[in-house]
Design a protein around this ligand. Structure first.
Ligand code: B16
Ligand code: MG
Length: 212
């Protein structure tokens, strides 16, 4: 087999939380009088919560203290978590579920590598809390994507070297992180055309052909 393990980004790959991130950041931006739209929301893919706030504040005329920024990210996260409560096992597509099960059936180790500190909560909502062999997320890293730390940690947790793993990503920051860590990357969604990725997925099930 070409790979022994696959490390999946969560938001935008396994499930879609984009709209909830957007709504929560939009509510905060509106309250602060900062312009924010879906195009700017795309810049936040794969980026940590505090770095996302920094990107949003680039359009602000005011400067804020570290305490104020921490309060803003808490406010956004509280709203985001409320929105996440709407998610259920119905938010895991039949295609993603069947593909994951088929890959597992081939003996591949499967892990999550996500910047999100809400990863355990999201996995629980979509019914995958106990599915993966390892979960590396925003709670166990110091450097967010495009730094490769989260993928290196995931590979370490499944006892594989980067050269034996494939990373699946939907964010340019994530593709960059995978390459920096020495992983092959399969890009999809927003990052599908990223030239640094070895594979370009039209659909999640294309993984079945790549990981043969
Ligand atoms: P949280 P991923 C990333 O998840 C999201 O794409 C990104 O938009 C978000 O800012 C980041 O997680 C942090 O999320 O606020 O939940 O800790 O794509 O790396 O799975
Ligand atoms: Mg993502």
């Amino acid at each position: 087999m070409r790979y022994q393990g696959i490390i999946f980004d969560l938001d935008g790959v396994i499930c879609s939380t984009d709209e909830y991130h957007y709504q929560a950041w939009k509510a905060l931006s509106d309250r602060l009088g900062i312009p924010f739209d879906r195009e700017r929301n795309n810049l936040l893919r794969g980026v940590s919560r505090m770095e996302s706030l920094s990107i949003i504040l680039e359009k602000s005329e005011k400067t804020y203290t570290a305490e104020e920024k921490a309060a803003f990210t808490d406010e956004k996260n509280e709203l985001y978590r409320k929105l996440l409560c709407q998610m259920s096992t119905a938010d895991l597509s039949a295609e993603v579920r069947a593909t994951l099960e088929a890959l597992r059936g081939r003996g591949l180790k499967l892990a999550i590598g996500s910047s999100s500190r809400n990863t355990p909560f999201i996995l629980e909502r979509i019914g995958l809390a106990d599915f993966f062999d390892a979960v590396a997320d925003g709670n166990c890293i110091t450097h967010s994507k495009p730094h490769p730390e989260v993928f290196l940690k995931a590979a370490d947790m499944i006892s594989l070297s980067p050269s034996h793993c494939l990373v699946v990503e939907d964010a340019h920051a994530g593709v960059e992180a995978a390459c920096a860590g020495g992983f092959d990357c399969a890009a999809m969604g927003d990052a599908r055309e990223d030239a640094r990725a070895r594979w370009h997925l039209n659909t999640f099930a294309d993984l079945l052909t790549i990981a043969e």
